[in-house]
Design a protein around this ligand. Structure first.
Ligand code: GLP
Length: 245
């Protein structure tokens, strides 16, 4: 696992945006795995900026998103489909038919089948972007005694519900279940990159960056097993978690 420490979060986002744009420029038909969450928002803003500067063309790119709340209407602003359109897809020349975010309203078995087709129907996901939950989750794969390899429905933990409540009128409105890629799906991407910032991620980054353990209690530690994984973290968090002295 490669670790990149940047001066600050803005630099982290710039680094990740440049990396994604470079991947598209190298292979205009690349298949990207994308993530939602507050951490990723400035990355997408930076990509839109590069697109407006004519540095990249998304017309042949395909994307698959990590997860979506069960029950979320795609056009409702709490859905991850809405997030992706709002932060990225509405502002670049990607064909939305080539983008996939699970449909939270669809029949569960049908949607899991479709999710797998989108992941494995043609080429491999070349790059998977990841944030990390306060519980150490990647996608919505929560910590526990065991993890699930494939696409499935995950019951969200209280810490995740609390962390994501800021996007809802009340914590009671946060969906309790989500569609998510499994950890095996994430690990099958050719390369994976996790970005983290902020004090709420200190404990989880300590587990990822300061020891050699892999544990289902912190799903993001699985990235230590991936042949091409990168963690991007700013100096402040790197110091607070004990990675930098
Ligand atoms: C959600 C998403 C995760 C994301 C996490 C972190 O729970 N399902 O994929 O990594 O949020 O979010 P944030 O970046 O807002 O801390």
């Amino acid at each position: 696992m490669k670790v990149i420490v940047t001066k600050n979060y803005a630099e982290s986002c710039k680094f990740v945006a440049d990396h994604i744009v470079n991947l598209v420029n190298k292979d205009p038909k690349v298949k990207l795995g994308l993530a939602t969450g507050g951490t990723a928002e400035p990355i997408y803003t930076e990509i839109v900026k590069l697109y407006n500067e004519k540095k990249v063309d998304f017309s042949q790119v395909t994307t698959v998103n990590l997860d979506e709340y069960v029950g979320a209407k795609p056009d409702n602003e709490i859905s991850y489909r809405y997030y992706m359109n709002h932060w990225l897809f509405d502002h670049i020349n990607i064909d939305k038919n080539n983008t996939y975010v699970a449909n939270g309203l669809n029949n569960i078995d049908d949607e899991i089948k479709l999710f797998n087709e989108k992941l494995y129907g043609d080429k491999q996901v070349a790059f998977q972007l990841l944030g990390v939950g306060v519980s150490g989750h990647i996608g919505f794969n929560e910590s526990g005694d065991k993890l699930t390899a494939g696409v499935h429905i995950e019951d969200l933990q209280q810490s995740t519900i609390d962390a994501n409540a800021r996007y809802f009128d009340s914590p009671d409105d946060v969906p309790r279940k989500a569609f998510t890629m499994g950890v095996g799906d994430i690990m099958r991407a050719k390369s994976v990159l996790l970005i983290a910032t902020g004090d709420s991620k200190i404990n989880v980054m300590r587990e990822i960056l300061t020891n050699d353990s892999v544990t289902t209690k912190v799903p993001a530690t699985l990235l230590k097993l991936h042949a091409d994984s990168t963690v991007v973290v700013d100096e402040d968090l790197a110091r607070k978690c004990g990675y930098l002295k």
